[in-house]
Design a protein around this ligand. Structure first.
Ligand SMILES: Nc1nc2c(c(=O)[nH]1)N[C@H]1C(S)=C(S)[C@@H](COP(=O)(O)O)O[C@H]1N2
Ligand SMILES: [Mo]
Length: 337
């Protein structure tokens, strides 16, 4: 063996040993949610019914595309494929169409139990249903494929695209969409997780077949129907309270299915008590709940569950966000003195 060959082999082994722990770590980190990592902050004060845009979670596969950073010059929405009347629209043409405003809660499918990768906003834009009437997809076009400027795409069943409240939005909370949230155009279809709500849209293609999206190819759900979610926002974990009446509160959400009941339990789910529901800002918005309870000194553990119009009450079954959205009771522990 030559000296050079010997060194080469040593270097090879050294590399392998150095690389191994990192690879093992990376695999561990990737496993739980197959790499979906929404960016969010936990608010310190009360949750507001409409989430300020600056505090709205952000999630995307590779950040704002350079083209959008540059202001999306000469941007056009191309509508093509199996349609009778293909169409290109610039922002001016979109602004000239009748504008609709919808309050829709958006949740990342990677949002953990009790997580804040969920927000509520007022979106403004054009009705997707109306646009479909205008371009008239052919009778065998079953799918709408939506493509964004970062190469991300998703397939939406035409039936879902015809949701009466679905919109292509140019504005969020009264301002032009920020680059983070999809400028110049993004999709919002009530009832579906964020995975389907494509940002920086450039293309709608109508097709007889679907094209599995980025996350679907990694094993995530193809339907992305929102699961029931309920969260305790107050008290905070580990809080110390004084004895007396306390107003336990939080939010619940079930896409477009409407929350009909929220319950809390102080005894690990043996008994449940009904919370009071606030009036949601729309049929597609989260609801606020609260329960006023007298509390004496002690250690407490409180859990929450919710029911929607069609699915019955949330089960305690713990399910990871991967592959179809999280389930499990959110729990908060606190002390009363
Ligand atoms: N073009 C594009 N659109 C996208 C994504 C993406 O990576 N690229 N991520 C989706 C996911 S997983 C989520 S949860 C929402 C998040 O929207 P937000 O960042 O405005 O909160 O955008 C969706 N739309
Ligand atoms: Mo997401």
């Amino acid at each position: 063996m030559t000296r050079a060959r010997f060194l080469q082999i040593i270097a090879g082994w050294a590399f392998l040993f150095a690389a191994l722990p990192f690879r093992a770590l990376a695999a561990l980190k990737l496993k739980p949610v197959a790499n979906m990592a929404p960016r969010f902050t936990v608010p310190t004060g009360d949750t507001s019914p409409i989430t300020p845009t600056s505090r709205f979670y952000v999630e995307d596969i590779s950040g704002v595309p350079d083209y959008v950073k540059a202001g999306a010059p000469d941007w056009m929405l191309q509508i093509h494929g199996e349609v009778e009347r293909p169409l290109s629209l610039n922002l001016k043409a979109i602004a000239a169409k009748p504008q609709v405003q919808k309050i829709i809660t958006l949740s990342c499918i990677g949002n953990p139990v009790g997580g804040h990768a969920i927000g509520n906003a007022k979106w403004q834009g054009i009705s997707l249903r109306k646009l479909l009437e205008e371009v008239s997809p052919s009778s065998d076009a079953d799918w709408m494929i939506v493509r964004g400027a970062d190469g991300y795409h998703e397939s939406i069943p035409i039936k879902k695209a015809r949701h009466p409240a679905a919109l292509l939005a140019t504005h969020m909370n009264g301002e032009r969409l920020t680059k983070d949230h999809g400028y110049p155009l993004r999709l919002l279809i009530p009832g579906l997780y964020g995975i389907k709500q494509v940002k920086w849209i450039q293309e709608l293609e109508f097709s007889a077949g679907r094209q599995p999206g980025y996350w679907n190819k990694k094993g995530w759900t193809r339907d992305a129907r929102v699961q029931i979610f309920s969260r305790i926002d107050w008290p905070h974990q580990g809080e110390n309270l004084l004895r007396g009446n306390h107003n336990i509160r939080g939010v619940a959400f079930a896409g477009d299915r409407g929350i009909i009941r929220v319950e809390i339990s102080f005894d690990e789910g043996k008994t449940w008590q009904l919370a009071t529901l606030g009036k949601p800002l729309s049929n597609y918005s989260w609801v606020f709940w609260n329960a006023s309870v007298p509390l004496g000194p002690g250690h407490y553990s409180v859990m929450v569950r919710a029911a929607d119009l069609y699915s019955g009450i949330q089960s305690g079954y713990k399910r990871d966000p991967f592959p179809a959205g999280v389930n499990g009771f959110h729990r908060i522990e606190f002390k009363v003195f």
